[in-house]
Structure formats: structure tokens, C-alpha cells
Write a protein that binds this ligand. Structure first.
Ligand code: PEP
Ligand code: MG
Length: 886
């Protein structure tokens, strides 16, 4: 029989699948002997069974009863007992943390009778009534689906009647009235009475937690964070301890290091006379741990000691929730804490230096996406800027955009292509959608542990929180700064998530420190030192080489500074745009062989010069140059534009001979599906002069470079090959050009001839093709298009969002390689190609060459290198190193 319930004492931190993160870590802390209020966990398996069948598993109730009886025995109290009630919390806890996305209900067990028992036993009637109203409020909104605003409005009204903004100013009488008001609200909006039976409360709360797995915001969050849909959540039922029992009590959240900067030393927020939700909601301003030491030194010191224990035990930065009840410290939660990219790099290296972990483990703790994030620009400190306010540096980055004050406007404006900054007093899970589309998030309340900060860090969004100098009025859509300046909806502001600064207008941005370091400049920043050390470690570990996709000497040189070990793809078609388009037009409209050769002769020296510059930039490193790939009509004017121009010319009786020829060419070359038309090797076969001219330009440039004392290693690459016969036809001509150039220049140019593998047929016949190729480069952009049968340009904007929503794929196959489908073709082509030609050199030059997950796959299947855009080169180096760690 399946066990659905486990006591905290019976689990451990490695059981996150079954017990959820919170449950597994509560179990771990319990077994470490830390002060954890006792309780038990209902497994994710029970949740999955419930969600599948719509009802609780048959045996669950009996199991819960058994564990509840144990808990009651341990606590010496009975759930909801009229004279001295045991109260419990019912909290969600999935395998992966989903901050604020799912439900929690505190103070279960209170009812009209037990509230009196609690008052008497605690000798504090106000506390008992406050706890009851919190239960009614949380239970009403999360379990009984009453709009939370009804409760907060009633609470606000009660405070207003007392002429205060502080919950703490409400006295016993006010709270007694509020309890009755809340019960009435439930009656009115839920159509039922608040359940007085404690066991019924517990059961309904458990179901509500299960159901909360499927709320819109939870689904959205999982999609954003790529958390699987089918995990379900566990439910933790735990004896309540109270942080709201007067000023000797309180609640807090802390980190064993600063989660924003990675600085060593503890970081935390504490709030006296409060329950945990008050801290995270950011509705009241918290104090630091140092201030907590002044308030309650004993609890503070014990907390610091426990933080040390936890960090040593987990060997990682921990995020902790605690409560002090009447001077006694209790641990409510811990987990490995979310951190900014900067903190990730710095913490990993610090911990290696402290001997907690080794450098391999440090490298595992960072990733390419974080590195990419650190390469984003930051604000230029030398630019003129007007500081509006300073809040907390909750999540780094430099964000510029128009201020918006609600999530719906953020979404609407972002959809229209506007950059927006979402400004709120504090954020709630409702704001998630707005946070996702915004460039940055700015709040006037809450600390680094507030909802806004935690969620923004998790999604890598720039965030400044707790900018108290801002008076935010979300209804009016404006905020006012202390000196009286008002920023209205639509006004541009800039926020710096690394310093917490908020500026008026758009502040210009500058290169990040990390980019400056990659560029070879001296940068004395602790972050840069951490990045450098981890890059060195990755470089030493990796097997894959990293090349770049570059078509200009400038890009090539930059990529080389960033660590590229050659060019994996030089797209030559980009060299035919701009002023040179006319020359290509000449080639296309040529009516005789002579005209065609004349056009090619004009292009030859220009191409040669392009290649020479690239060889110079990449001197000594391999350079893969792809012969022209796209359909020729891409170089011609648009058919409609041209037809209109011609019609107008006709009306005016103008003679436009060239235009007429162009129009004919455009009509002749028009294709319904150009992606599947006359392009790539097909062009090379139909208009051989084009490929021969390019080959000549490549080899002459290389010869010139070699004669000039440099070295050049061109690799000539044929695109869109489907059959070995195509390759053979083109290869024979290339070889002939090589012989000619050698004779003419007297210089031997070492070179290779290879092909792209970007059509399924090429992958399936790779064994044959490998006999005629010295290298393969996987063109996974086309291979993805051709395997799925959709053209990227058409589908990404039209139905990809629906496909992602409906789970056809968890992430766009253009972003991260579809390992099952496209990956199988790659794997097969590698195996067959190598079997036929053991010398075959293998690389990838599609966008996937810079994508972390894809890089791990390319390492596994045994490619020799990946090639990606210059800015992704450091990311690829790091991930290629990480791919080697077991
Ligand atoms: C590819 O198809 O993966 C490729 C690199 O070629 P392009 O993106 O230029 O079609
Ligand atoms: Mg391609």
C-alpha cells in the first residue's frame, strides 16, 4: 500500500520529489536537531492522485488522522480544543520553489470556541482574535474563493475608523467586530458558513493547496521557469508557532550570504509582532538582523549559529524563514536560496576558497544563462542623470522604460513593443504576468526578501524594491518623489538593479564589467575575478572547442578576444548586400555568358578583400566559409514594388530598360516556398560561376595572406546538400579552382572542403556524404525547420505561443535543440559519418551552438566544436566546461 503521509522525522533533504522542497528540508532540519515545530507532510503523490481523480486517495484520511494523533500527543494539545487548542499551518511545497504561487493557510483549528481557549491560555485576547481574523481572511480567500479584496477593504475600513494605518493599533473590540465582519463576508460571498469543525478546516485547506497547483498564475510561473506540469505539490501540516504574540515575538527571513551581491555575511529582514506573511508581503517595513540583535539578542545569536550550521550542512547559501514566539526561536523553512547571477559566480568562488566545495562543484553552481546576463550593459556612470530615489538593489541590470502601474497595462504596452517598468507599492502573485513582460520592476515597499525581489531574481528581471521615498499611487497611475516631482504613467524612468537607484528619463548604458574583462581590459571588480576563475576552470575542463559565426573582420576579432578558436560559419551572402546589391543584380539579369562573367569579375576583388580581412583577424585559426546559401531573389527588389514602379513609368511613357530586365528576373525567380527552392548547393550547380568565383576569392586571399607571412586555413563549406552527388559535382569544380590558383600564385593553400548537414536526407545518408567531405557542420537552424516542416519566419510569430502553451514543446526548438527529433538525426549522422570517414571533423553552426542544453548534447554525441555568435562565445566556453562535469 502506498504511504501518503510522512512525519518530519522520517524524511530527508534528498526526497524533494516526494515531499516537495519545503517538506524535505523541514525533515532535514528536524533530523539535524534544529528547533522545528513538529508536523508531517502529505506527499506529492497524494496530490497527483487527487488531481487525476478529483478526489483524495481512499487511505489518506486515515493516515492523516494517525499522524495528527501523534502530533497532538507530542504537543499535549488537541486540534481546535476549546480550552487549549492545537493550531496548525497548512502549507504548499512543490519540488521546485514557486514563491507565492500556491496556497498557505495558517491558524487552522481556531473557531468561535477555541478562540476563547487560545485567549485564555495565552493570556492575550488581542492575539487570539488577531489570529482568528487572519484564519478567516486566508481561509476565506484561498479555500472558499472569496475575493481577497473584500477582506483587505474591511481591514482598511477598520483602520480608517481608528484613524490609523497600522494593524497593530486595532484593539480587542475592533478585532472582535472584524471577526464578525469577516464571517459575514464569507457567508455572503461563499454562500456558506465558515466551517467550525477543525478537521474539516484542515481537509478543505489541504484540498485547496492541491488545487492551487493548477491556478493560472502557477501554470504561468511553471511555464516561465520550465518546471514540469505533472509534479504536483506536497502539503505540510505543522504545529503553529506565533510571531504575532506581542513585541517579544516576530517573524523573519534571512540568507546566509547576500543573495543580490554574493557578499559574505548574513543578510535578513525581521519584523516584530508579525506572522511570516507580513514579512514577505512587504506591507510593513522590516528591520535588519543587526537591529534584531538589539531587540532579542538571544534569539538573534541562536539564529546566526543555526545559519552557520545550515550553510555548512548544505554547502550552499541557504534561504531561511524563522519565527520567534515569546523569545523562543523556531525554524519554519530552509532551502538553497535563489540568487542573482552576480551572486552565483561570487558565492561559488568564495565557497571554493573557504574549502566548502571544490572548483568542479563551483562550476556546476553557475551557468551560461547567468553569464549571458552578466554581459548585459549597465548604466554609464559618467552620463548625466537625475536621481529620483534609492531603494534596494534586489535584482541587477539596467532597465529603461515607461512607468506603468498595473500588470494589465504592462502586458498591453509590451505587446505593442514598448519597454515598460512595472511600478507598484508591493507586488503580489497577481502581478506575475506584468513582471514577465516588463524590463524592470520597481516597488516602494518591502526588502530583498519581498515577493517582488524573490520573483524578479528568479526570472533574471531587473528589480529595485523598497524605494520608500516614492509615494506610489497605483489608482492615479503616478508616483511622487519627496521633492515633489511626479512621474506619471508613460513617463520614462531608469532603474539600476545593482545599486538600487531610480533615475528620471532614459540613462545611457555602457558595457558591463564582464564584457570589458572579455575585451581584455583591466577591471578591478570582485565579480570579474570570480568570472575569470570559473572561465579558466571551464576552459581547462572542456573537450569541445568553441568557434564563432562571424562575417566581418570586426566580429571575428571581437569573438577572438572573447575566446573563439576559429570561425565556424562565415555567411557570405551578407557580403552581397548594401552597395554591392547592384553587382549581384547584374549577375542575375545577365543575358549572356559574357555578361555573367563580367558581373562575377567585378565581385571577385571585393570578395577577396573581405576574406583577406577575416583571415587577418583569425590568423592561425581555422575559418569555415560557406558559399552563398539564400535564394537569389533576396538580392532583388520586391516584386510588388517593382511592378508598381514599372506601371508608373509606363504611364509617364518613361523607358526603363534595366527595370524591365529586373522585373523579368524577379518574376522568373519568384518562388512560393523560397526556403525549399533554388538555394544553397542547388544554386552552385545551376549557376556554377558564383561558387567558383567565391572559391577563387577565398583561395587567392589565403594565398596572399600566406605570402604576406601570415597563415590561413580556409574550410570551404557547401550549404543545403541533400545528396552526395550534389557535393561531388561542386567539389570537383572547387578542386579545379584550387589547382588553378596554386598554379597562378605559386602558393599552396592548405584547405578543406566540407558540407553542412541541414537536411534530413543529408543526415540519413551521412555515411555516403562523409566519403566526399572532410568536415560536417550541422546547420541546426535549417535542420530544425526541415525536420519539423515549418519555416521559422512564418511560425514563430504565428502559432508558437499556442504550441508552447499546449505543451507541444516546452521551449522553442529553434532556441534549444529538439534532442528527441532533430537530435536523433544529428546523432545518427555523427555515427555514420565517423564510421565511413574516421578523419571527419564535426561541428555545429546553427543557433543551438550557443545554447547551454544543446551544447551538453553536442558534447555527448562527440562533436569537435560548437560555433555561435561572438557574444555567446564565453557562454559556450563555460557550458562546454560544465558539460564535462559528471
Ligand atoms: C543553419 O541552417 O543552421 C545555418 C547555420 O544556416 P542559416 O541559419 O544561415 O540558414
Ligand atoms: Mg541553413
Amino acid at each position: 500500500m502506498t504511504t501518503f503521509v510522512f512525519d518530519f522525522a522520517d524524511g530527508n533533504k534528498d526526497q524533494k520529489d516526494l515531499l516537495g522542497g519545503k517538506g524535505a528540508n523541514l525533515a532535514e532540519m528536524t533530523n539535524l536537531g534544529l528547533p522545528v515545530p513538529p508536523g508531517f507532510t502529505i506527499t506529492t503523490e497524494a496530490c497527483r492522485a487527487y488531481l487525476e481523480s478529483g478526489g483524495q486517495p481512499d487511505t489518506l484520511e486515515a493516515e492523516v488522522s494517525e499522524h495528527l494523533a501523534d502530533l497532538e500527543k507530542k504537543m499535549g494539545r488537541t486540534l481546535g480544543d476549546a480550552s487549549d487548542p492545537l493550531l496548525v499551518s497548512v502549507r504548499s511545497g512543490a519540488k521546485f520553489s514557486m514563491p507565492g504561487m500556491m496556497e498557505t493557510v495558517l491558524n487552522i483549528g481556531l473557531n468561535d470556541e477555541s478562540v476563547a481557549g487560545l485567549a485564555q491560555h495565552s493570556d492575550d485576547e488581542r492575539f487570539a482574535l488577531d489570529s482568528y481574523r487572519r484564519l478567516l481572511q486566508m481561509f476565506g480567500s484561498t479555500v472558499l474563493d472569496v475575493d481577497a479584496e473584500h477582506f483587505s477593504d474591511a481591514l482598511d475600513a477598520a483602520k480608517k475608523a481608528k484613524d490609523t494605518t497600522e494593524d497593530l493599533d486595532l484593539d480587542v473590540e475592533d478585532l472582535r467586530t472584524l471577526v464578525e465582519d469577516f464571517k459575514a463576508l464569507i457567508r455572503e460571498h461563499a454562500g456558506r458558513e465558515f466551517p467550525q469543525d477543525p478537521r474539516e478546516q484542515m481537509e478543505l485547506a489541504t484540498k485547496a493547496v492541491f488545487d492551487s497547483w493548477n491556478t493560472d498564475r502557477a501554470v504561468l510561473y511553471r511555464r516561465q521557469e520550465r518546471i514540469p506540469e505533472d509534479l504536483g505539490t506536497a502539503v505540510n501540516i505543522q504545529a503553529m508557532v506565533f510571531g504575532n504574540r506581542g513585541m517579544t515575538s516576530g517573524s523573519g527571513v534571512c540568507f546566509t550570504r547576500d543573495p543580490a551581491s554574493g557578499d559574505q555575511g548574513v543578510y535578513g529582514d525581521y519584523l516584530q509582532n508579525a506572522q511570516g506573511e507580513d514579512v514577505v508581503a512587504g506591507t510593513r517595513n522590516t528591520v535588519s538582523l543587526a537591529d534584531m540583535a538589539e531587540i532579542d539578542k538571544e534569539s538573534h545569536d541562536e539564529l546566526i549559529e543555526i545559519m552557520e550550521t545550515l550553510e555548512k550542512h548544505y554547502k550552499d547559501m541557504c534561504d531561511i524563514e524563522f519565527t520567534v514566539e515569546d523569545g523562543k526561536l523556531w525554524m519554519l523553512q530552509t532551502r538553497v536560496g535563489k540568487r542573482t547571477p552576480e551572486a552565483a559566480f561570487r558565492i561559488a568562488v568564495h565557497m571554493a576558497d573557504e574549502g566548502l566545495i571544490d572548483m568542479d562543484e563551483a562550476l556546476r553552481r553557475v551557468n551560461g544563462e547567468q553569464l549571458a546576463n552578466l554581459m548585459f550593459p549597465r548604466f554609464d556612470v559618467n552620463a548625466e542623470r537625475t536621481l529620483l530615489a534609492k531603494g534596494m538593489n534586489a535584482s541587477p541590470g539596467a532597465a529603461v522604460g515607461r512607468a506603468v502601474f498595473d500588470w494589465a497595462t504592462a502586458v498591453e504596452w509590451a505587446e505593442n513593443g514598448e519597454d515598460v517598468i512595472l511600478v507598484r507599492k508591493e507586488t503580489t502573485p497577481e502581478d506575475l504576468h506584468g513582471m514577465m513582460v516588463a524590463r524592470g520592476v520597481l516597488t516602494s515597499r518591502g526588502g530583498k526578501t519581498s515577493h517582488a525581489a524573490v520573483v524578479a531574481r528568479g526570472m533574471g528581471r531587473t528589480c529595485v524594491c523598497g524605494a520608500e521615498a516614492l509615494d506610489v499611487d497605483t489608482r492615479e497611475g503616478e508616483f511622487t518623489v519627496r521633492d515633489g516631482k511626479t512621474i506619471r504613467e508613460g513617463d520614462v524612468i531608469s532603474i539600476d538593479g545593482s545599486t538600487g537607484e531610480v533615475f528620471d528619463g532614459a540613462v545611457p548604458v555602457a558595457d558591463s564589467f564582464v564584457v570589458r574583462y572579455f575585451e581584455g581590459q583591466e577591471v578591478d571588480e570582485p565579480l570579474v575575478e570570480a568570472v575569470a576563475r570559473l572561465m579558466d576552470h571551464a576552459d581547462a575542463a572542456r573537450r569541445l572547442r568553441v568557434r564563432t559565426n562571424a562575417d566581418t573582420a570586426e566580429d571575428a576579432a571581437r569573438a577572438r578576444r572573447f575566446g573563439a578558436q576559429g570561425i565556424g560559419l562565415c555567411r557570405t551572402e551578407h557580403m552581397f548586400l548594401g552597395e554591392r546589391r547592384g553587382l549581384v543584380e547584374n549577375l542575375i539579369v545577365a543575358e549572356s555568358d559574357d555578361e555573367q562573367s563580367a558581373a562575377l569579375d567585378e565581385l571577385l576583388p571585393l570578395q577577396r578583400h573581405d576574406f583577406l580581412e577575416i583571415f587577418e583577424a583569425m590568423d592561425g585559426l581555422p575559418v569555415t566559409i560557406r558559399l552563398i546559401d539564400p535564394p537569389l531573389h533576396e538580392f532583388l527588389p520586391d516584386l510588388t514594388d517593382l511592378s508598381v514602379a514599372m506601371a508608373v513609368a509606363d504611364v509617364h511613357g518613361h523607358r526603363k530598360k534595366r527595370q524591365r530586365k529586373l522585373l523579368k528576373a524577379v518574376q522568373r525567380l519568384h518562388e512560393s516556398n523560397p526556403m525549399l527552392g533554388l538555394r544553397g548547393v542547388r544554386l552552385g550547380i545551376v549557376i556554377p560561376g558564383l561558387f567558383t568565383m567565391q572559391t577563387r576569392a577565398i583561395l587567392e586571399a589565403a594565398a596572399e595572406r600566406i605570402r604576406g607571412g601570415g597563415s590561413a586555413e580556409p574550410e570551404i563549406m557547401i550549404p543545403l546538400v541533400a545528396s552526395v552527388r550534389e557535393l561531388d559535382l561542386v567539389r570537383a569544380r572547387i578542386k579545379q579552382v584550387a589547382i588553378d590558383v596554386q598554379e597562378e600564385t605559386g602558393t599552396t593553400v592548405p584547405h578543406k572542403i566540407g558540407t553542412m548537414i541541414e537536411l534530413p536526407r543529408a543526415a540519413m545518408t551521412a555515411g555516403e556524404i562523409a566519403g566526399s567531405a572532410e568536415f560536417f557542420s550541422f546547420g541546426t537552424n535549417d535542420l530544425t525547420q526541415m525536420t519539423w516542416g515549418f519555416s521559422r519566419d512564418d511560425v514563430e510569430a504565428s502559432f508558437f505561443s499556442t504550441y508552447l502553451e499546449q505543451g507541444v514543446f516546452p521551449v522553442s526548438p529553434f532556441e534549444s535543440l529538439d534532442i528527441d527529433g532533430v537530435g536523433s538525426l544529428v546523432r545518427r549522422a555523427v555515427e555514420d559519418g565517423k564510421a565511413a570517414n574516421p578523419e571527419l571533423h564535426l561541428g555545429v553552426c546553427g543557433e543551438h551552438g550557443g545554447d547551454p542544453a544543446s551544447i551538453h548534447f553536442f558534447d555527448e554525441v562527440g562533436l569537435d566544436y560548437v560555433s555561435c555568435s561572438p557574444f555567446r562565445v564565453p557562454v559556450a566556453r563555460l557550458e562546454a566546461g560544465r558539460a564535462r562535469l559528471t
